[in-house]
Design a protein around this ligand. Structure first.
Ligand code: FE2
Ligand code: FE2
Length: 153
């Protein structure tokens, strides 16, 4: 089984006990960000598989605890725990994935190129999953840069 599929099944299992509306919303976001992260990583020459895995895990702290308080930093620790348990990534890959999750809420700053892939993938799902929804002010700069990068304007 592919590593991405292994993580997807793991996430689905972890979120099984959520009420169905919350679970559906969570899985739509995690899968949406995962796919966007893969596309962005491919475009930028970053690790596509790790980007997809980071996308699948990035908000698990919020969904499993029901709180967004410090969810990126706590989420990096949680992802580390999950990845240790799954034992499917190298130490280097685990550090890369956890770093991206740690920084993913710092949308106003620029971090390492792989960290930026996850931040931008999060913005893609927040904005492009419903193109009629107004783009939040804090995501406008990244959204505009992404449209330009992908040749949309
Ligand atoms: Fe988040
Ligand atoms: Fe997110």
């Amino acid at each position: 089984m592919s590593r991405i599929k292994t993580v997807r099944q793991f996430v689905e299992e972890k979120l099984k006990s959520l009420p169905s509306d919350k679970r559906n919303k969570a899985l739509a976001h995690l899968n949406g960000v995962s796919m966007a992260a893969g596309i962005i990583a491919d475009k930028r020459g970053e690790n596509v598989e790790c980007a997809c895995i980071a996308g699948l895990l990035h908000d698990m702290q919020a969904y499993t605890s029901g709180s967004y308080d410090d969810h990126a930093h706590l989420g990096a620790k949680l992802a580390e725990k999950y990845l240790k348990k799954l034992d499917i990534v190298t130490e280097e890959e685990k550090e890369m994935i956890c770093s991206a999750i740690y920084h993913h809420d710092d949308k106003a700053s620029v971090d390492a190129p792989f960290d930026e892939v996850l931040k931008d993938a999060d913005v893609v799902h927040h904005t492009m999953a419903d193109p009629l929804k107004p783009v939040k002010e804090k995501e406008q700069a990244r959204y505009a840069a992404l449209r330009k990068e992908f040749g949309f304007e």
